[in-house]
Design a protein around this ligand. Sequence first.
Ligand code: UD1
Ligand code: CA
Length: 450
Amino acid sequence: MSERTCLTIVLAAGEGTRMRATRPKVLHHIAYRPLVWHVLDAAAPLLGRCAVVIGPGSDQVAASVRTHTPNAEIFVQTERRGTAHAVLAAREAIARGADDIVVVFGDTPLIASDTLKRLRGALEDGAAVATLGFHAADPTGYGRLIVTGNELVAIREEKDASPEERAVSFCNGGVMALAGGTALAILDAIDDNNAKKEFYLTDAVAVARAKGLKTVALETTEDDVRGVNTQTQLAQAEAILQDRLRNAAMEVGVNMIAPQTVHLAADTKFGRDVVIEPYVVFGPGVTVDDGALIRSFSHLEKAHVGRGATVGPFARLRPGAKLGEKVRVGNFVEVKESTIGDRTAVNHLTYIGDSTVGQGANIGAGTITCNYDGTHKHRTEIGDGAFIGSNSALVAPVKVGVHAYVGSGSVITNDVPDDALAVGRARQTVKEGWASRLREMKGAGKTDKA
Ligand code: UD1
Ligand code: CA
């Protein structure tokens, strides 16, 4: 297989209309990644060229594809005239020649690389057209694979199928591989003589057979080729992918107490001996090192959790939060764009934003880094071993030195030197006997309502 060249064509000219969304269909996310990225991920190990067919004016789709696969060739299908017509929008790429051509739909995000490799294997074994079939629980809407004996004779779209053909539950998964040498001749021979007046890619099977070429159907699971046409199907695909991601995490040793309640991103990375309590959401770009504990109701995104650290319950790590080893971030604490040094504790009700916090520091309950002046963001630096008393406001830009103390309730607007104590609050005054005098005054003026 390795010397054979490959061209993957991703059809992504679908709009979001059936999803009742303004966003193009293939840009909807599962596990925090666009549908089309999942397909591009699956195609990447084929190590060939990649062409993506988009609809007119789909600049967003083009931009998203380029972010994922910068060297993908993008073709525009100017009119939506069927799946074969869409493939031919990439004619130029096909004409340049490849041994194997693999066509995948941008709306089947769960497709596995191994399945695509199996299809290529069928081409290597001499097939001109190889398709993927699956046994559908409910075949409604899918094309049916018409098989006699071991041979795939045709694919019939539901709208064109006879009642007997509709009774077939072996369905077309949509993915197709075509031998490069005969692909264009087959695609050019497809007509639009059918119920939808479209050029169906599925007709490649009948055309190839009429030319005396070999066609095969390989079987796969329904989940592998599950298409997303509606919001409900999007949620179903998400659920399947979440199951896969959780299982993969547990296989590398993550301990999930209630896996069904943990939501992962496709790129979440875990070390060993990580424990995740129920109800935790991992947005994109999170890495969790060995032995960390993520407690219930925490939300993490583009963040790093160091070895042996504890996060939550009810913690929020926003983009750029980097926690060192054995850091403790407790309940109702938000950390954004900040590095927190080893063994530092930020246990309660705190906001740390745009900050660098040293090692072994203690950030008291209710500490707020005031990082925003309404126009600009400013940084706060807190040195190793510093102690920030509860309910302090650190008005950035500001530095608190190594081993320095900040008295509770302070508003710190000037730098605090190493080893110093800073107190920035109104001095307490005590008025002896004041309360009893108040009571007497009230008693004197009291009107009896009884
Ligand atoms: C298609 C198959 C059907 C199969 C099903 C599997 C055809 C004719 N039918 O039906 O046999 O069972 O997928 O999910 O191939 N697209 C374009 N341009 C077009 C038409 C479609 O780019 O002119 C793209 C869509 O964006 C989508 C994919 O091709 O990604 C499939 O099109 P869709 O309309 O969803 O086909 P189905 O009716 O689902
Ligand atoms: Ca579809």
